[in-house]
Design a protein around this ligand. Sequence first.
Ligand code: AMP
Length: 367
Amino acid sequence: MLALAGIPLGFRFRFLEPGPDPPVRDLGEVVRGDYDDPDSLRTFGKGLELATYEFENVPAAALERLTDEIPVFPPPSILALTQDRLREKEALGRLDIATADHLPVRERGELDQALNRLGVPAVLKTRRFGYDGKGQRVIRSPGGLDAAWSELGGRPLVLEAFVPFRRELSLIAVRDRAGGIVCYPLIENRHEGGILLLSRAPAEAVPADLQDQAEALVTRILEDQEYVGALAVEFFETDDGLLVNEVAPRVHNSGHWTQDGAVCSQFENHLRAIADLPLGKSEARGSSAMVNLIGKLPDPARILALPGTHLHLYGKAPRPGRKLGHVNVTGADAGQVDQRLAAVLSEIGLGEEREEGGQATQRSQRP
Ligand code: AMP
């Protein structure tokens, strides 16, 4: 999606890709190799003006090595922080940014102690390599400890208090090389089984001071890290204000709506930032929603026959739990998007009946 946004600006792309048959196969030159293989990195970096990344599990050390040859944005130092949930929370704490109460867990005994202190429910997470709900488990009662430990134990873990959030929000901001910042409107997100299912933007019922608070928190992170590029921060909105759940130093799934619903998309703005070009406006055009296509694909013709839909497919082989594409839904206002979104959800088998069946546990009032 970065390349799709950058080709009209005259950029040419090379991709470092460990797997066979990558979705970027038709968008530029592909260097096949492991991220941390020095030869592949050298071949990849040769002659490039700069490099960026959009996947959080690229080893930070490989990116550091690449900085010997070419500039890399965002700075790899933030990736080293955000790849470890505990270090990320500690860094946020140093900036006076609130997160869920948490304790590190290395051994089984520590898990019992941590659960005693934080209480149930709590969420046990691997410190590293977790995404899309992988590597985490909710502990609802002390009886659930053994099962959680047998699944996740043996790796460095963190236990988090379960946050009784009102809803989940995210903010995407872009900082350019001169320090200028643009922020997109707050986005409301709904996850199922830890995977993002649906985003709505601009989020409804956001008082101006909430947008301001979120922007101030994100600006603190961007400036502290001397960040360049797009950054996403996921929040829990609680009765006591915003808690940061996660920081993603990259373009973000909850910002995919910007392709069709913002003046300048997160992808184009990320590229403008790292290439030292003026940033584009981050305002929403009307109202938007984004629905992830997870595990299986709908009939494209039926989706495109619905009003206000934009289909984005990634060219990936279907597999349960895998994000294969998304549908952006645009409209003049939230009411119109609600109607259009209901039709899309029904087409992909996520309509009202399924929701009432209790599948969608973490969600807002909207469909
Ligand atoms: P994460 O991978 O940490 O972003 O977690 C994925 C999703 O699990 C989040 O977006 C929430 O819906 C849920 N979740 C994670 N941590 C917590 C928590 N401490 N309290 C409540 N829900 C959580």
